[in-house]
Design a protein around this ligand. Structure first.
Ligand code: KPL
Length: 298
């Protein structure tokens, strides 16, 4: 198989990181920028371990006449639908789409809107933040899991991903990986956004630790009902480990609220509450956080 040509939609920190990784692994890689972008190429700069790696990648906008066969989407969850709609006229029939975004529910939405897309989902714990546009710090190495529920064999294009990023695995039970991330995000993200605190304070301040506990109980019950018993059993341990491991982080939702941007709450807590409702489970604390974030940020 010839190396696929990847187009990257959403050139934030994670998008820039994976775009450079795919480019360096030998795949043609093009950034999709907003309409009106004049540049035909952009420098992508990744700083890690006191080293600076710079590559110039080609750029297209939705006004160009490219045919996209492999699309990596790394936008914010709330931008996915409109960003894909903006390039839908460029997508090849059965275009491969890898959704590397927070939250859940988006692949079903995209599949409904564009039934011919060949959609895969992913989740990553790579740590990267923006220094400037397309200039990022790769602050922490993590693991990337890509998959499609029930598909045990990875598609041919996946082998390029294992070269593009240091720790990338195929996951035929990707929904559990996505749910596990969602469960953790339901607890850490809204609380840190509402209290304006770094992740570590959720363990240090007793009144916040008590809220973590109550939320964990609700998310545990919903996880169990949704068929994720292992995640439910481990949830408190997992959440404590993530809080400890990311103690100095400002969560993505705190950053969004602080910058006056939309938040991903509808795709995180909102999705959790939909599942809770399907199973007849009450989750008043999660519901109250959803409302507080809506009232503050959106
Ligand atoms: O995923 C995160 C986020 O901020 O969105 C955590 C794990 C909470 C790290 O900050």
């Amino acid at each position: 198989m010839t190396e696929p040509h990847w187009h990257v939609l959403g050139a934030g920190a994670i998008g820039s990181l994976f775009a450079q990784g795919l480019h360096r692994s030998g795949s043609a890689t093009t950034l999709i920028m907003r309409r009106g972008t004049q540049a035909r190429s952009l420098a992508v700069v990744v700083e890690r371990d006191a080293q600076r790696c710079e590559d110039r990648l080609p750029v297209i906008t939705p006004d160009d006449s490219a045919l996209i066969s492999h699309l990596l989407v790394t936008t914010k969850a709330y931008d996915v639908q409109s960003a894909v709609a903006g390039v839908a006229h460029l997508l090849a029939d059965h275009c491969v789409v890898v959704l590397l975004v927070n939250g859940m529910g988006l692949s079903a939405q995209l599949g409904e809107a564009w039934p011919n897309l060949n959609i895969y989902c992913g989740t990553t714990t790579e740590g990267a933040y923006n220094i400037a546009a397309q200039h990022i710090c790769h602050a922490g190495r993590g693991e990337t899991r890509i998959g499609r529920e029930g598909q045990s064999e990875p598609p041919a294009w996946f082998k390029h991903w294992t070269r593009a990023t240091s720790n990338c695995v195929w996951d035929s039970a990707i929904n559990a990986a996505l749910w596990s991330k969602l469960a953790v995000n339901c607890i850490i993200n809204p609380l840190t956004a509402i209290h304006g605190c770094r992740n570590g304070e959720l363990a240090r301040r007793s009144e916040l630790a008590a809220q973590v506990d109550i939320l964990c109980d609700e998310v545990t019950a919903i996880s169990r009902a949704a068929g994720f018993a292992d995640i439910a059993d481990q949830l408190k341990t997992t959440v404590s480990a993530v809080i400890a491991g990311t103690a100095d982080n400002r969560s993505s939702m705190l950053q969004d609220v602080a910058a006056g941007r939309h938040t991903e709450i509808d795709y995180i807590t909102g999705y959790l509450l939909q599942v809770a409702e399907q199973h007849g489970i009450q989750a008043p604390h999660n519901k109250s956080l959803l409302e507080r974030i809506h009232n503050r940020a959106q």
